[in-house]
Design a protein around this ligand. Sequence first.
Ligand code: SF4
Length: 381
Amino acid sequence: MSFLTELEAWPAERVRACIEAATVDDVDRAIAREERTPHDLCALLSTAALERLEPMAQEAHRLTRRHFGRVIKMYVPIYISNVCGADCTYCGYAVRSGNKEKRLTLTEAETRRECEVLAAQGFQSLLLLTGEARQAVPPGQIADAVSIAHEYFPSVSIEVYSLSEDDYRLMVDRGLEGVTLYMETYDKATYEKVHLKGEKMDYLFRLDALDRAGRAGARRLGVGALLGLFDSHIDAFWTAMHARYLQRTCWQSEVSISFPRLQHTPERFSIPRLVSNQDLVQLMLASRLFLPEAGITISTRERPPFRDRLIPLGVTMMSAGSSTRPGGYATHGEDTLEQFEVEDTRTPAEVAAAIRSFGYEPVWKDYDYGFAGVAGTGSIS
Ligand code: SF4
């Protein structure tokens, strides 16, 4: 079983035709329905839906309140390495990006130091990231970093290169809770055009990675497309379908969606399909209506006022105080290469205050352990 079967049933031409055929009546019917079909999702992603963004926002707000209450989970990323052997043309870490300097992988002691500093700021949820560097940072080393991080954070997730099921299991055994892995774009031709080197060129191995993570016991699975590489509305359709597929096949895992939008890219790359704020809002609302129980993450790639405006529309997770440099919090400062510039540079306390100002509660502790009955280092607030 692979998501590929569903993807092949919905090629780009079919999705585009379905989106273009949608009328305002189709949108109204999609908003009114209890459970929404892929055709409803197309209607919600259509130009016709732009006339109905307000009722879509109200429905998204209602569904999010019903399934998640008024809480937003806070998390922070640690880049444990910026070494990368892949050549993704849009990324500053790429091996052929021209950025040869300032590459490094954190030692265990440095990883520990970064964890200490972030845990002292109140974070209880951590995301560990690397480039694609199986030789420089092999799976066993990522597993060691998971073990270290788990001493400080009840909830540890990874966003690294695609792993085998055994490697994911190794990490789950060391305390890993979640795996985030963006397909970047589901459009195979575009995928092949922007991924020029490394294991990441294997489209199918990446597409099926979250299935393997789910089978290995990861309790949180995160999907997303890097918006701007291809038609963002079509990629959003496929992303939502992928999330729904994972909800069904990995039913013991919680599935979430992210909407990373390309904004800063290396000089050699210009963004093929710019994504506006209105586009992003529509994609998020359509995804929320199609998947009422999926988490929605908005990272520090977005500017503060825009991020804040998204809070009541369906967001359930936000990063704060992020650095995209290895050792960027405590050990190396700005001496290492960053993956991309963050737009929201507020401190974690400032982001938490903004969340509160919208009547939501920033959640630092991992409240899920109580419900899941899983032993963890965190207590239930
Ligand atoms: S997107 Fe990931 S795999 Fe690709 S070049 Fe950047 S760090 Fe490497």
